[in-house]
Design a protein around this ligand. Structure first.
Ligand code: MN3
Length: 237
């Protein structure tokens, strides 16, 4: 690829991400030459300190997330059908993905989708838990505290690598649960609106075995405006 094409492709991908009002929309950002690309972080690597340290963010975004994208692109390159599906489309219709590539898409495509959401629902300093999503959490789980407690418990007690989720299910109801590995709620027909990575690579440098401390600290980083935007998109989708 020459430099001009690289710049055009780069700016097109960036525009797609900036224009999208939901990170779910950005899942479709790819072209047939470059494949899926790493979305830039919407803040600096050190912006989430002291809750998440700069080195963890550099490795997590630049190495782990990029690694999922590289492996997904390798899988896509082997299938004409996959080249014409968006990432969200692949995960929502996982049984239509050719069987010999299905687990690669679950692992690497799920990893790409999950991390894309994860970066977008954090922000330095976090934000107040307001909006329609807060009303829905109160009516579904009894109170904001009860919802937050249920979420943190799901994340803290999940055995092994995985994710804690707040999703909008197929009946437009909120659900809280965890999944293993990089399994995406999209595969169940659910739309994830908030996700917490509890793989050790997300916290080990700073917290070692203390996952509960990481989960509690992470509550200070949630971008509730974005979660609310995701909620409204899922309810109206
Ligand atoms: Mn991760």
């Amino acid at each position: 690829m020459n430099r001009r094409n690289f710049l055009i492709q780069g700016s097109t991908a960036l525009a797609g991400i900036l224009l999208a009002n939901s990170p779910l929309r950005a899942y479709g950002q790819h072209d047939h030459q470059a494949g899926q690309t790493l979305p830039p972080l919407p803040y600096a690597y050190d912006a989430l300190e002291p809750h998440i340290d700069k080195r963890t963010m550099e490795i997590h975004h630049g190495k782990h997330h990029q690694g999922y994208i590289n492996k997904l692109n390798a899988a896509i390159a082997r299938s004409h059908d996959l080249q014409h599906m968006t990432l969200e489309g692949m995960l929502r219709n996982i049984n239509r993905v050719p069987e010999h590539l299905r687990q690669s898409v679950i692992n690497s495509g799920g990893g790409h989708a999950n991390h894309t959401l994860f970066w977008s629902i954090m922000k330095p300093g976090g934000s107040e838990q307001t909006g329609k999503v807060a009303e829905a959490i109160q009516s579904t789980f009894g109170s904001l505290d009860a919802g937050n407690e249920m979420f943190t418990k799901a994340a803290k007690t999940h055995f092994g690598s995985g994710w804690g989720w707040l999703v909008v299910d197929e009946n437009k109801k909120l659900q809280i649960y965890s999944t293993s590995n990089q399994d995406s709620p999209l595969m169940k027909g659910h739309t994830p609106i908030l996700g917490l990575d509890v793989w050790e690579h997300a916290y080990y440098l700073n917290y070692q075995n203390r996952r509960a401390d990481y989960v509690d600290a992470w509550l200070n980083l949630i971008n509730w405006e974005q979660v609310n935007t995701n909620y409204l998109a899922a309810m109206n989708g």
